[in-house]
Design a protein around this ligand. Sequence first.
Ligand SMILES: Nc1ncnc2c1ncn2[C@@H]1O[C@H](COP(=O)(O)OP(=O)(O)OP(=O)(O)O)[C@@H](O)[C@H]1O
Length: 630
Amino acid sequence: MAATRLSAGVVMTAAAASMSTLSYHTYADYPFRFYPFSSSSSNPPYEENQNADTKPESHVAQEPRKSDFDPEALERAAKALREINSSTYTKQVFDLMKRQEQTRLNELDAEKAYYELFQSRTDIERQQRLAEEQRNLIQEQAQREAQALRFKDELARKRLQEDHETQRRHNVELVKMQEESSVRKEQARWATEEQIQTQHRQTEREKAEIERETIRVKAMAEAEARAHEVKLTEDHKRRMLIERMHGEKEKWLAAINTTFSHIEGGLRVLLTDRDKLLTTVGGATALAAGVYTTREGAKVTWGYINRILGQPSLIRESSIAKFPGSSIISQSKNIAAKYSTVARAQKPVQSKNGLENVILHPSLQRRIEHLARATSNTKAHQAPFRNMLFYGPPGTGKTMVAREIARKSGLDYAMMTGGDVAPLGPQAVTKIHEIFDWAKKSRKGLLLFIDEADAFLCERNGVHMSEAQRSALNALLFRTGDQSRDIVLVLATNRPGDLDSAVTDRVDEVIEFPLPGEEERLKLLNLYLGKYLSDEDSNLSKRSFLYSKQPQKVTIRDLSQDVLREAARKTEGFSGREIAKLMTGIQAAVYGRPDCVLDAQLFKDIVDYKVTEHHQRIKLAAEGGLADIM
Ligand SMILES: Nc1ncnc2c1ncn2[C@@H]1O[C@H](COP(=O)(O)OP(=O)(O)OP(=O)(O)O)[C@@H](O)[C@H]1O
């Protein structure tokens, strides 16, 4: 039985194989490949479809060629059919074959549906590709149009720019031509004016020469006559004086003789009478003790009063009386005395604008006057004062201007130096507070001038700053934190960059004092020439009290404004102080001459000498600076 069943299975397989070989021909016309019911049919259909284009060839390749037809297969099939027909499993075999066929048909339907789906997807993709291409085309077109527009716009702009450039060049040329023409005109005008001036000066010089010569001749005649007269008068006076002195001498000798005879009598009585001698010695001792006690007591009391009412020790100069009610003249360096000295000295140069004896650039002078007026009005309206910072090279008039502002605005003035604070050590804080407390006593309001401010108001983070200095700076910051109605703080420094930012924050007006220009130097030379050399009469009368010998008068000869202007030109880079010193140098040279004459040659020699000295000093300073750096 088992053997029969096995042979039936073999027959069925053979029949199926024959049928499947035949089925190729049945489905060969179908557009897609036919998958026989075999193990290869289990492959996923989409994998096959991916190579759909190559399939027809492979299909052709797999198709059995007609020449290779094997009739034995048919025979085997017929034999198998016969075997099947004779087998007891015929029905099952046919059923199986029918089901196989049905399965194959279903597979074909599925494949067909799949390929239809594939076709429609391909269509959609093609449509999408077309739409994408269309879109790209439109975009490209739009870009091309925009580019064309941009290019056109660029061209138009370039053309406009070129037009503008041409126009500008044209205008520049026009302006240049106009300027050249006006410069030419100006030069011609200058040349004419210069010529006129030269002629005018020449005439003036000649006129002055003639006048001087006339005056000199006249003066010589007058001087000779006066000298003769003076000689006669002096002889007479000397005789009278000698006679008077003889009389006086005799009178004094008689008085001295009488006094000594009285003293001699008194001493004789005292030495002979013991009681009187004791009384006298006791009285003298008591008197000496009384004088000593009174003097020491007065010293202690004075020190106490000084501490309570006196001027703080940090103040070097002030217009406030040292003690309430005491005389201003009693101060050693009193500013009021300075004002009066200045008033005397400034007689020859009376400034119309009010800033007497200070020569500044006109714009700076206007600013200072404005500040002085503003300070004065601030005081009148009881408004808070504005603090100031003066900076610039040494000797450019910062201190002088501070004094002038105080004087013009009717404030009291006090000056201290930053360098005095450091040596005080821990006492500095107390002294700073003392100054501000003392300043409150001024009824007018006080201008507190701190010279060399950078010495103690420098940056707090600085490594060289001691703790005491830092505390002093903090004390000052504390006292100036609010706007004050009592004190105007004026700081002066040559190094404004070194100041602490909190200090500069308290400053309302910052003013630079530059080195004087040529015009200012000329004015300074004139000022100090008048002060030190022309104002001889008053100086002579003053000195005649001090020296028994009558000093010789200074004579200025041939010192024209041209010579002074040339000196002003040469002294480029000089500060006000240096010019003042130059003039004292000239004064000394004049006093060194036997005839005390200042002429143009001596003046020029000393100016040249001082200019060389100035340049040498600058050179040395620069070398020193370089050496420091290296
Ligand atoms: N502008 C000026 N006009 C007239 N004299 C001046 C001027 N500047 C300086 N001087 C002369 O120089 C001297 C010093 O001036 P002052 O003390 O005001 O200078 P400073 O700028 O305060 O100097 P420093 O910075 O060294 O303290 C004055 O006494 C004066 O003789």
